[in-house]
Design a protein around this ligand. Structure first.
Ligand code: WT7
Length: 650
């Protein structure tokens, strides 16, 4: 990746923080100096934002790397920090969650009510025999009970394992087995794309294969018919009839809080283990710093699903620890119309929006006139997460959603890091479209070459983390050896993130996607992200996915799958002309070496349910192979659509 494809690094646009935001920002440039002076003392001060039942004896125990212990000897209750302390401080009437069901039904839940519901759920789980250290699987749609279930586990020291509600029987049962979960919390179904979508049948099949499961708690959401077994209990008959009086016991700072499985591209999913004190410290601090949250006045909305780490850290733990008022939305962005998101922003006067590049590009494709029809003037900070955001999508987000005023924070992190690691600070950083800029205060990120040597400004290589951080994964559940092997063996003494990155001439960071997604064309390393960004910078292109396909002459050749913008004519000769124009456009932007061998105009791209492009499947198409495993695809029909609707040019 040290090859010099300089396009991204030639970005000269800069966006200074708005003065009013900078003047009142939660975090100023001084934080970087404070953290640089004494990183551990800095994190200890951030831990002080939480209520501890017992103060720690040691900030970090790194005597047995890579196994870290943070805030050793300290004790706290995570749910107490998210709920009780706000209620005790007289903030019980503040809205915690404005919940918006897909069909348009709503619920408004205050901190006091969330506290009562969580107390009831904690009592019910205890009655079912769940004790501290037990694992509970959660397989729910985006309903408030998902947050309640997670907090109830935290409250009694049980470890939750949330499995995304779109996953299959096999995905669910293998995760239950890996964690030896005792209870599953699920629902009859949830609303998706305008109709009820069943969950219980998947759970029934998975539980039939899962001898460790003793009870299944079922939330009634859609009212659809469900089969019933003697392990099943209705949530409304069990939880909602339990006492809401529950005293939260403190647990050790290193008490396991949750396991979350990363999908991984190939092998068996990894159960990423997070613990309590350090995790909550960094989730809360980053939410406060990166989004500049003012809990009394902001209305925050993270559009992720609770089944992903973004939902864990930035719907449940970070925002609730900070006493935020937030939106939780059940459904899809195009139900009942493509204006759904902007209608919600307008109606609730959302001030902070946190979403993903895949959604931003989809909105771009749907057209500027959709958001233009709404009052989005309440928005003051915009966040992005999940993949590199192309400069073009970044500019679209800034202009059409932020109306040229709201700063964008492009936040890099992973399931494994637990919380945001690299990001601008909205009141401090002059941003560049497409760059995540630099590590947050207290975080030591770097880019190294093959040999693990730090690359100079202008160089590229592998993203690493040089020092432990509070919300780091503690291990892979049940597999310490794989934890060491996957993350800590590539480079001595450093955490290997698996992402490629570049430093520009100012030392700012540009994330280039997973290193497996780097192509080798005639001896040149070219990142798929760079070619995709070049394609998306053409006015006729809405979205692009690029893969390297085996090629007899060049080793790998660049093959691009491109979705044209809605208004673009692609019939017959016009399509062929567009393809040639795009190939030349990439050659002009990045250099002739990056000219795609082939560009296909397609109606859709295959994505995982978390919105990541499944390049593996596109490689199968590009290399004329039959398709591999499609079970994690968001929409399995999309591959047929691509194969049949493909217009291809060489
Ligand atoms: C991978 C982690 C972190 C929550 C959602 C994803 C990619 C994430 C960015 C960003 C470029 C990004 C990386 C990373 N990624 N955020 N701002 N810029 N790439 O969690 O499923 O664990 O995926 O997502 O490749 O390694 P995840």
């Amino acid at each position: 990746m040290s090859e010099t494809l300089e396009n991204l690094l030639q970005e000269t646009r800069r966006f200074e923080p708005p003065t009013a935001l900078a003047d009142a920002a939660n975090v100023t440039a001084a934080a970087y100096d404070e953290a640089a002076e004494d990183r551990l003392a800095f994190w200890a001060r951030q831990a002080g934002r939480l209520d501890w039942a017992k103060e720690w004896d040691e900030i970090l125990d790194w005597s047995n790397p890579p196994f870290a212990k943070w805030f050793v000897g300290g004790q706290l209750n995570v749910a107490y920090n998210c709920l009780d302390r706000h209620v005790a401080a007289g903030r019980g009437d503040r809205v915690a969650i404005h919940w918006e069901g897909e069909p348009g039904d709503t619920r408004t839940i205050t901190y006091a009510e969330l506290h009562r519901l969580t107390g009831q759920a904690a009592n019910a789980l205890t009655d079912l025999g769940v004790v501290a250290g037990d694992r509970v699987a959660i397989y729910l749609p985006m309903v408030p009970e998902a947050a309640v279930a997670m907090l109830a586990c935290a409250r009694i020291g049980a470890t939750h394992s949330v499995v995304f509600g779109g996953f299959s029987v096999d995905a669910l049962s293998s995760r239950i087995a890996d964690a030896s979960a005792k209870v599953v919390i699920t629902a009859d179904g949830g609303y998706r794309r305008g109709k009820p979508s069943a969950l219980k049948p998947t759970v029934d099949e998975a539980v039939a294969k899962s001898p460790t499961i003793e009870h299944v708690l079922v939330v009634r959401r859609t009212g659809q018919d469900v089969a019933w077994t003697d392990k099943d209990l209705w949530w409304h008959e069990t939880v909602e009839t339990a006492s809401d009086q529950h005293v939260a016991q403190p647990f050790d700072a290193e008490q396991p809080l949750f396991i979350l499985y990363t999908s991984g591209t190939t092998a068996k999913p990894k159960g990423i283990l997070h613990t309590s004190g350090g995790y909550l410290t960094q989730a809360a601090y980053t939410h406060h710093a990166v989004f500049d949250l003012k809990p009394e006045t902001d209305v925050y909305w993270c559009t992720a699903d609770i089944g992903w780490v973004t939902g864990h850290s930035y719907i449940v733990y970070g925002p609730l620890a900070n006493g935020a008022t937030q939106i939780m939305y059940e459904g899809t962005p195009d139900t009942p119309s493509k204006a759904r998101f902007w209608e919600i922003v307008d109606r609730y006067k959302v001030t902070i929006l946190y979403t993903a590049p895949t959604l931003i590009r989809t909105m771009m494709k749907w057209g500027d006139d959709i958001p233009a029809g709404f009052d989005l003037s309440s928005l003051r900070v915009l966040g992005s997460v999940g993949e590199p955001i192309n400069p073009e999508a970044w500019m679209w987000y800034r202009e059409n959603i932020g109306r040229g005023r709201a700063p964008i924070v492009d936040t890099w992190w992973q399931t494994e890091t637990g919380a945001i690691m690299i990001s601008p600070l909205p009141g401090v950083t002059a941003t560049k479209p497409g760059s995540a800029m630099g590590p947050l205060p207290g975080i030591a990120a770097d880019v190294v070459d093959d040999q693990g040597r730090s690359v100079p400004d202008g160089g590229g290589g592998y993203l690493v983390l040089r020092e432990p951080w509070p919300s780091m994964l503690r291990t892979i559940w049940g597999d310490d050896a794989r934890f060491v092997e996957t993350y800590w063996s590539r480079f001595e003494g450093m955490y290997f993130a698996g992402d490629g990155a570049k430093k520009d001439s100012d030392g700012h960071l540009w994330l280039l996607g997973r290193v497996d997604d780097v192509m080798l064309v005639s001896g040149h390393n070219i990142s798929t992200t760079e070619v995709e960004s070049a394609l998306v910078s053409h006015p006729s292109v809405a979205e692009a996915a690029v893969v390297g396909a085996t090629d007899p002459t060049t080793g790998q050749a660049i093959v691009a799958f491109t979705i044209p913008r809605g208004s673009v004519d692609t019939s017959g000769d016009a399509g062929e002309a567009l393809i040639q124009e795009l190939r030349n456009h990439v050659a002009k932007t990045l250099g002739p070496i990056a000219k795609p061998r082939q560009i296909m105009l397609v109606p859709e791209l295959p994505k995982t349910r978390s919105g990541k492009i499944m390049r593996r499947l596109l490689r199968d198409v590009a290399e004329n192979r039959s398709l591999g495993d499609v079970t994690t695809l968001q929409d399995s029909a999309v591959m047929d659509l691509i194969s049949s609707g493909m217009q291809s040019g060489k």
